[in-house]
Write a protein that binds this ligand. Structure first.
Ligand code: INI
Length: 157
């Protein structure tokens, strides 16, 4: 008896990718975007296969993701943003709505939507995750998107 394992591969990356980017905290988010594009390109995805859509903040990301998913042009959508805790409960609402909305669109449409929105307690934590000592979460999100495109091709093919 042998176990069948089905998983996404990285050695033959394919597909069209949309990246939805929140402008808020742009000093961090632009680094996430750079990381995501770099990861896609270094896995063989051409610039022509990538489009970037900008929205004001993380709260607006799910609606843009929903519109893109409905177009059925992209094999995966990468959501990028940075929500940094402040002195009010606003942080909790923005985090909850963006994560819930992104997950909802993905399940409703069947289009993989990868959540690359940082939710952190401080600017320092955001910087650590956008290309310094804790890596680049934008690049990680791009890899997750490539993996999901490959996996879904196997599951749907
Ligand atoms: N949007 C973010 O992307 N990150 C944040 O840290 C943030 N904070 O803390 O306020 C934030 N707020 C804006 C929000 O996403 C909406 O753009 C705004 O509320 C208008 O709907």
């Amino acid at each position: 008896m042998s176990i069948t394992t089905i998983e996404g591969q990285f050695n033959d990356a394919q597909g069209q990718y949309a990246i939805v980017v929140a402008r808020f905290n742009s000093f961090v988010v632009e680094s996430l975007l750079e990381g995501a594009i770099d990861a896609l390109k270094r896995h063989g995805i051409s610039e022509e296969s990538i489009r970037v859509v900008r929205v004001p903040g993380a709260f607006e990301v799910p609606l843009a993701v929903q519109k893109l998913a409905a177009q059925k042009k992209d094999d995966a959508i990468i959501a990028l943003g940075a929500v940094i805790r402040g002195g009010t409960p606003h942080f909790d609402y923005v985090c909850a709505e963006s994560a819930k909305g992104i997950g909802h669109v993905s399940l409703e449409t069947g289009v993989p939507v990868v959540n690359g929105i940082l939710t952190v307690n401080s600017i320092e934590q955001a910087i650590e995750r956008s290309g310094t000592k804790a890596g680049n979460k934008g690049a990680e999100a791009a890899l997750a998107a490539i993996e999901m495109v490959s996996l879904l091709r196997q599951l749907e093919g």
